[in-house]
Ligand binder design. Structure first.
Ligand SMILES: [Zn+2]
Length: 373
């Protein structure tokens, strides 16, 4: 097994924290607390992003992980005491019935757990088709709208999925060229790996640079960005502020070994993923080659990634100002936007190692070579 070296107790706190798109300030306090000791300077945009900076000379390298998670907004309080919800980001309807959500009334007071339900579940007469989000209701145990208001819940209050982090030790058995090998893996399950895992990796990169006194010929700007799930919004303002020379998004990508996934490709536990393309960008080929060669030199397990849809913060970073070659550095994740997303911590170790190995080499000439014609 790849030796686990990172502070996973922080990952647990980050994924369990509450922070749907547009409501990230509380989880950003935790990010600030973790990142502060490793930064020479901390910057803020006006969209809620936090930017940790290290170094004062050389090309500007932006790393972005988005702190928001998909969530819900209360859109209507029904007379019978149930709630109607709208989505904040990519809520997937088939995952919803019986899910618990955590509603945080904007005026403060106690958090309220609600259960998403569909009338189809009553009496076992369930319809086979998927119920769309606007036909689902949230049950918080009230019997009238008056009771709901008494709890302090108002239209416009936000909610996150409600689930807690846990890990499982597994042995992976592989057969290659007729030879069987076994390797140990730690599998983690949680809500909000999208994209607290990216923020966690950014923080761990900053921690290692500081604690191991790693010198780098570049300036590092790690941004914990907001509102990615509703359209890469925080990365836009953070990147405009930084004006980076290179950009990286640290994020998840669907593991293609999840049952039923329509195509083959990068899978859980087989190494860090680099996308050649997604719905928001095409990777700069020279930067991609540099990343792959750096992984090979350092014995870092890597997978060639491809995503025919979607996008990440790198999609907005690479078109900032006059443009900035950018790359997606990702973690294969099963059931991404569900309450029980699944990752392999070996992949996280590999991603952090790769990013640090590249950071050590990003001098002016190397960065300039990526756009030389
Ligand atoms: Zn994401």
């Amino acid at each position: 097994m790849t030796k686990l070296t990172l502070k996973y107790e922080r990952l647990e706190k980050l994924v369990n924290a509450w922070g749907p798109s547009g409501f990230e300030s509380e989880v950003q306090k935790l990010v600030k607390e973790y990142g502060e000791p490793y930064a020479d300077e901390i910057l803020y945009d006006k969209m809620g992003s936090i930017i940790f900076k290290r170094g004062n000379s050389g090309p500007k390298i932006m790393l972005a992980g988005h702190i928001d998670e998909i969530g819900y907004m209360i859109r209507e309080i029904n007379k019978d005491g149930t709630l109607k919800i709208s989505n904040l980001g990519g809520i997937i309807p088939p995952y919803q019935p019986s899910n618990e959500i955590l509603i945080r009334p904007y005026r403060g007071g106690a958090d309220i757990i609600g259960i998403i339900q569909t009338s189809a579940s009553i009496g076992g007469q369930g319809k086979p088709e998927v119920t769309p989000l606007d036909k689902l209701h949230v049950d918080i145990g009230c019997k009238s709208d008056k009771e709901v208001k008494e709890l302090g819940i108002r239209v416009g209050d936000a909610a996150s999925q409600y689930a807690v982090y846990r890990t499982m030790d597994r042995v992976q058995i592989k057969k290659e060229d007729g030879k069987e090998t076994k390797s140990k893996h730690k599998i983690a399950v949680a809500k909000a790996f999208d994209d607290r895992i990216g923020v966690f990796m950014g923080l761990e990169i900053m921690r290692r640079l500081k604690e191991e006194n790693i010198s780098h010929p570049c300036q590092i700007y790690f941004a914990s960005t907001t509102q990615e799930e509703v359209g890469l919004r925080g990365a836009r303002t953070a990147a405009q502020m930084i004006q980076p020379d290179l950009g990286f998004s640290l994020d998840i990508t669907p593991a293609k070994d999840a049952p039923g996934w329509p195509e083959k490709g990068h899978i859980l536990g087989d190494g860090v993923v680099i996308h050649s393309k997604d719905g928001s960008m095409i990777a700069n080929p020279k930067l991609k080659k540099f990343a792959i060669e750096t992984a090979e030199e350092n014995d870092i397990q890597l997978q060639d990634g491809f995503l025919g849809f979607g996008g990440t913060d790198a999609g907005i970073i690479h078109v900032t100002g006059i443009g900035a070659p950018s790359l997606f550095i990702g973690i294969s994740t099963r059931y991404g936007h569900s309450q029980r997303a699944m990752i392999d911590l070996n992949d996280v170790e590999n991603a952090v190692k790769l990013m640090i190995a590249m950071i050590k080499k990003f001098d002016m000439a190397t960065v300039a070579s990526f756009t030389k014609i």
